[in-house]
Design a binder for this molecule. Sequence first.
Ligand code: NDP
Length: 244
Amino acid sequence: MLSGKVALVTGGSRGMGAAIAHRLASDGADVVLTYVNDEQSARQVATAIGELGRRALAIKADSAEPEAIVAAVRRAASEFGRLDILVNNAGIFGERPLGELTVAEIDRMLAIHVRAALLAAQTTAEYLGEGGRIISIGSNLAERVTGPGITLYATSKAALLGMTKGLARDLGPRGITANVVHPGSTDTDMNPANGPAAEGQRAITALGRYGHPDDVAATVAHLAGPGGRTITGTAVLVDGGANA
Ligand code: NDP
C-alpha cells in the first residue's frame, strides 16, 4: 500500500511513534525516525523495520531545537531520495497548576508540540509531491479538558488543529493532505495503563479501557494510505469515546 514511499516519524523511538513507524513500514514504506534521548530504543525500532525488509534510519534530533528538526527533514529527504509522509508525533506531557507555569515551560512545550510541527511541515512540503501526507498527533484534551493543570498541554495540542487546517488549504492544490489524530489515554511510557492516574482516565471512556499504540498507528496508516486521499483539514479522535 505504501511501497516506494518514505515516511518521517518524529519521536519514533518509543510509544505511539514506534508503533506508527513499524506500521507504516509493515504497509511498505521506508521510515526515518527521530529521537532525543533513547538511542537504544530508536535503534531497536530501526532494526525491527529492517527485519520487515524496509529501509530505516534513526536520527537524533531534539524537536525543541528549530535547526535540528529542519536538518532532520532535509537529511531524511537526501538520504532516502524523497519524502512522502510526515508524522509529527514527538511530545512531552506536563501537568502544572496554572499559577505556577513558567515562561520557560510554556516556551518548551510550544516549541516541541507546535513550532517543531510547523517547521517540519514547512520543510517537508518542499519535498512532498501529489499524494503527500502530513499527519500530526494531537490529543483528545485539545477538544475536551477533563480537569485542572493541563492548560498548557491542551493549548499546545489545540494549536495543531489550526495548523492542520491551514496546511490543508496551503497544500491542497498540490494534492497533499494534512490531518491531526487526537489519541485519548493510550498505554505508553508517557501514560501507562497501570499508572496512578489510569483508573480515572479509564472511567471517562465509553469503552472502559485504554487504547493501544497500534490503535493510533492504524488510524495514521489509513490517513497515510490511499483511503486517506479525500480526508484533509480535520481531526480524528482515537480516544475510546472519552470525549463522547
Ligand atoms: P512516549 O513518552 O511514550 O514517547 C515519546 C516519544 O517522543 C519518544 O520517542 C521520545 O524520544 C520523543 N520525544 C520526546 N521529546 C522529544 C524531543 N524534544 N525531540 C524529539 N523527540 C522527542 O509518549 P507517547 O507515545 O505516549 O506520545 C506520543 C504523542 O502522543 C505525544 O505527542 C503525546 O503528547 C501524544 N499523546 C499521548 C497520549 C497518551 O495517553 N499516551 C494521549 C494523547 C496524546 P526518546 O525516546 O528519545 O525520549
